[in-house]
Write a new protein. Structure first.
Length: 161
């Protein structure tokens, strides 16, 4: 019997959006004492930033909200589609790139947009990439990620799961 839900958050470089979702969700899981129920990871569809810490502006935004980001960027691997139950893409481009790695219908069933869990979003909503914008974009992304992770935790930690 499987006891953990394995969740993978994915963006392009794994230095802004997906490591933030990883850190925020991990923080919520720890505060709810549900560490034994989840395996949480994040990755990027490109390997350009592999081994790097998240963007300093994203780390600072998270720190202001009491969330520590220590993840090192990694690239999504085909094997991750076997190992993770939920593969959550930050935008449609990354969703498409993840789907290209799928080799089965089972893989495709695991892949979806992260904001499908956002109670304030309609279908197909994306997490905007704050990388080339100002500090307000990082705060905006934090707010999206926080509320979406709250709903994700409610949905995945429920007894009906």
């Amino acid at each position: 019997m499987k006891t953990k839900t394995n969740v993978m958050f994915v963006c392009m470089g794994n230095i802004c959006r997906s490591p933030l979702a990883h850190a925020v969700f991990e923080d919520m899981v720890q505060k709810a004492s549900l560490e034994d129920a989840f395996k949480i990871e994040s990755s990027g569809t490109i390997g350009y930033h592999v081994g790097e810490l998240p963007d300093a502006r994203m780390r600072e935004t998270a720190r202001r909200h009491g969330v520590k980001m220590i993840h090192r960027a990694r690239q999504l691997k085909k094997k991750d589609l076997d190992d993770y139950d939920m593969i959550l893409a930050m935008d449609k481009e990354n969703l498409s790139n993840i789907r290209k790695l799928a080799t089965s219908e089972a893989h495709l069933q695991k892949i979806q947009l992260f904001r499908n869990f956002d109670p304030n979003a309609t279908g197909g909503a994306e997490v905007p990439d704050p990388y080339y914008g100002g500090d307000d974009g990082f705060e905006h992304v934090f707010q999206i990620v926080q509320r979406t992770c709250e709903q994700l935790l409610k949905d995945t930690a429920s007894p009906e799961k």
